[in-house]
Design a protein around this ligand. Structure first.
Ligand code: AMP
Length: 491
């Protein structure tokens, strides 16, 4: 998705453009309860996007679409809404934006009437040349209805001169760059696609005779679908009444899935790349305990994201694990508040110290990542105020030194703590007794490798290494100063 930029230091991109977001997609082909199953699937993927959700279906004659701001459970819980979404094929999307306005026109699935028929698209990821393409499209007469990079894909498909929809789709994909896991719907087909290195996840499942596409396996589990396989990097699958067909239009490249799915984004019960996410997070904690031990009485996670790594750290170190922080689950992720002032308040609203587990103790505090340092600073202070004698902050991923452009929204370099401070300076900033991060090789070890293969890295890990797996056309380019839309909309 593109809207307002938060992910680059390029002055050009600080204009009214590019918003980056993590999302979840879900699709069903061949089930009479397709919309209800999709609502359930999206509910399981809610952690990937809490700002908006949408479902599009096809009933044999017409497409139906419901797109709403807010949570899946608040919007797709009523029989009348699901009842309107008739059909045996359905496509859904949850959206997570971190800055800028979330307006209905950007809520997915996006739909277009093509001369081949209706076409709906749901996108997880972020294109790195969408602004360039959008400018070219607009100057040649295209009228954009949203400020989403996903709409660019629709325009490219619409303009293709090919006859078959799959050929048009391929032609569009050959023009886009960046990260995408796409699920699309036509009147007789569900399509899944992953970018050439497979940055964002997408899996295929089976539910009786129906097929399911989902961002994560936890969404297959909720509907009782069995996991069939991952869509591979650079692969397109078309699902029709005749079954699943695979297409590989790109030159073969080794996969580089995003390492951040393992660290933060994916739900712990999902299987990503054959690895259980919870187990890998525990391994990260164990590796961290080996690399950065601390003299302490208790191991305390910053919930929820720090919990599996803290369990691993506690098991490896032999120091007891305690719930020293209680999380209020009725507050959204802190990142959702675009203003730093409000974000700080959000951290306070979200976590409270459980003094009985903290008082008088030397504490090892575990979190999965430090981005701006807002969470760590608040919580270190809170743990001291609750009576800790020492607070050793341990982070189960390496320092985030580079921004993300593929949809996970780690912000521009100037806001990234580790891009601007040494470890000692960060330690002083957050006010901890000591601070240590997992090493880059350490995280690869936790994921089952001996080390990072520097010639052919196994993952997309640019946040820690600056090694981006795609071109960054818009991010490095000069003249993208124009705003995306002249229309200002209020939520
Ligand atoms: P910060 O407070 O800015 O340092 O952010 C760190 C906290 O946000 C950690 O507790 C992480 O679990 C969480 N986090 C890390 N990456 C992201 C992301 N891309 N979006 C939302 N939250 C994140």
């Amino acid at each position: 998705m593109i809207e307002r930029s938060s992910a680059s230091d390029s002055p050009a991109l600080h204009a009214e453009d590019g918003l980056h977001e993590e999302c979840g997609v879900f699709g069903v082909f061949g089930n009479e309860d397709a919309a209800a199953l999709t609502a359930l699937g999206l509910h399981a993927l809610q952690h990937r996007g809490q700002e908006a959700a949408g479902i599009t279906t096809f009933d044999g004659a017409h497409f139906h679409s419901e797109r709403r701001l807010g949570l899946v459970g608040d919007n797709f819980n009523k029989a009348d809404v699901i009842g309107r979404l008739k059909g045996h094929i359905a496509l859904g999307h949850v959206r997570y934006s971190t800055t800028g306005d979330t307006v209905l026109r950007n809520v997915q699935p996006l739909f277009a009437d093509l001369d081949t028929g209706g076409f709906a698209v749901a996108h997880n990821g972020n294109l790195t040349n969408a602004l360039t393409l959008r400018r070219e499209l607009i100057s040649s007469g295209a009228i954009c209805q949203s400020t989403s990079d996903t709409e660019v894909i629709l325009h490219l498909i619409a303009r293709s001169k090919r006859r078959r929809i799959i050929e048009r789709f391929v032609e569009a994909l050959l023009q886009i760059e960046g990260a995408y896991a796409l699920a699309c719907l036509t009147n007789d087909m569900l399509i899944g696609a992953r970018d050439p290195v497979g940055i964002r996840p997408l899996v295929l499942g089976k539910l009786g005779s129906a097929w399911v596409l989902a961002s994560e396996t936890c969404a297959l589990d909720i509907v009782g679908a069995e996991f069939v396989r991952e869509i591979e990097n650079g692969e397109i699958v078309t699902i029709t009444a005749d079954g699943v067909e695979s297409h590989r239009p790109f030159p073969k490249r080794p996969p580089r899935p995003c390492i951040f799915e393992y660290i933060y984004f994916a739900r712990p019960d999902s299987i990503v790349g054959g690895r259980n996410v919870y187990e890998t997070r525990k391994q990260m904690g164990m590796q961290l305990a080996r690399e950065a031990p601390a003299p302490a009485d208790v191991i305390i996670p910053i919930p929820d994201s720090g919990v599996p790594a803290a369990i691993g750290y506690a098991q490896e170190s032999g120091i007891p694990f305690e719930l020293g922080i209680i999380r209020n689950h009725y507050v959204g992720r802190t990142f959702i508040e675009p203003e730093q002032r409000i974000r700080q308040l959000g951290v306070k609203l979200k976590h409270s110290a459980n003094a009985s587990a903290v008082r008088g103790n030397r504490v090892v505090l575990i979190d999965d990542s430090v981005v701006r340092g807002t969470t760590s600073k608040k919580i270190v202070q809170m743990i001291f105020e609750a009576g800790a004698r020492e607070v050793h902050l341990r982070v189960s991923s390496p320092p985030i030194t580079h921004p993300d452009f593929y949809g996970i929204d780690t912000p521009r370099s100037s806001e990234l703590l580790a891009a601007n401070m040494t470890i000692d300076e960060m330690c002083a900033f957050v006010g901890a007794t000591s601070l240590a991060f997992l090493s880059v090789d350490g995280i690869y070890r936790a994921l089952g490798f001996n080390e990072r293969d520097n010639r052919n890295p196994q993952f997309t890990d640019h946040c820690f290494t600056g090694d981006y797996p795609t071109t960054l056309r818009d991010q490095n380019g000069a003249a993208l100063t124009s705003q995306l839309s002249f229309l200002s909309e209020i939520r």
